[in-house]
Design a protein around this ligand. Structure first.
Ligand code: SF4
Ligand code: SF4
Ligand code: FES
Length: 257
């Protein structure tokens, strides 16, 4: 017989609930009887829909977390955060000229960063948020794009920033500019697009679209990935992921490798 789960006490919207330890905050809220109709999405730490504020027992500090990625603790006092909108000036990516002052022009508030590092400490993705804002201030668009690459736009950083900076919008614009203007054009991508446009895959695509769902699912599960041995192939993922432009280089830098 399995051991009975240990129960912990959490406080939600001012009311105490006993819930099994080992649940994520999201699961604990559901266990307490709430049906989540917003503030939840992927449940996998990717969509940024579930930011949560909480206090720990005996501490005055406010902590932030993604509810789908954080385990409930005894004495936790929880509040689900509403979505953090970050209104920005509208921009037309096609008419932007990438210059060192471009990000500052669209987000002049980044000049008010007081380097408190609150944004970095609050980020559930563990991103060096202050560093990418400082890079934006220096006009280093590529670095902003790389350091913000894993941002899930949860808005927790912006909700805590004393300078009212819209971090995820800054990172997003940098990545858009980087993708459109700065990253070297991909010969392989152009080849692949022209092969698709030439109709080379039309028959195969038609066949897939006409398959019964069960057969489609079976084929999906049996699909093969590009192997390391393919690295000199036309569209090799291995070759692409080893590109010097890959964010992994920046990750090494962050980890002091
Ligand atoms: S929280 Fe705001 S002011 Fe503080 S380091 Fe981050 S961007 Fe700068
Ligand atoms: S940088 Fe900000 S918006 Fe992006 S994941 Fe981190 S806390 Fe969320
Ligand atoms: S539900 Fe998507 S990040 Fe938590």
């Amino acid at each position: 017989m399995s051991e009975p789960a240990t129960l912990v006490t959490m406080e939600l919207m001012g009311k105490e609930y006993r819930v099994p330890s080992g649940l994520t905050i999201l699961a604990a809220i559901e266990y307490a009887g709430y049906k989540l109709v917003r503030g939840v999405g992927c449940r996998g730490g990717f969509c940024g829909a579930c930011p949560t504020l909480y206090r720990r027992e005996g501490s005055h500090r406010i902590f932030t977390a993604l509810a789908c990625q954080t385990l409930v603790e005894d004495g936790m006092c929880l509040v689900q955060m509403p979505f953090v909108p970050v209104p920005t000036k509208p921009y037309d990516l096609h008419s932007i000229t990438p210059q060192p002052t471009t990000l500052l022009r669209f987000f002049p508030e980044i000049a008010g960063c007081v380097a408190c590092n609150t944004c970095t400490r609050a980020c559930p993705q563990g991103l060096p948020v202050m560093d990418y804002i400082q890079a934006a201030l220096r006009g280093d668009i590529e670095r902003v794009a790389m350091l913000s690459f894993d941002c899930i736009a949860c808005g927790i950083c912006s909700s805590r920033c004393p300078a009212d900076i819209k971090h995820y919008a800054v990172g997003l614009l940098a990545r858009r500019i980087y993708g459109k203007y700065l990253v070297p054009s991909s010969e392989n991508l152009a080849l692949r697009v022209s092969a698709i446009e030439s109709g080379r895959y039309d028959a195969e695509l038609r066949e897939l679209m006409e398959l019964p769902l069960a057969e489609l699912r079976a084929r999906y599960e049996q699909r093969s990935f590009e192997a390391v041995a393919d690295q000199n192939g036309d569209y090799s993922a291995t070759r692409r992921y080893n590109s010097p432009m890959d964010p992994v280089d920046y990750q090494d830098e962050l980890e002091g490798v």
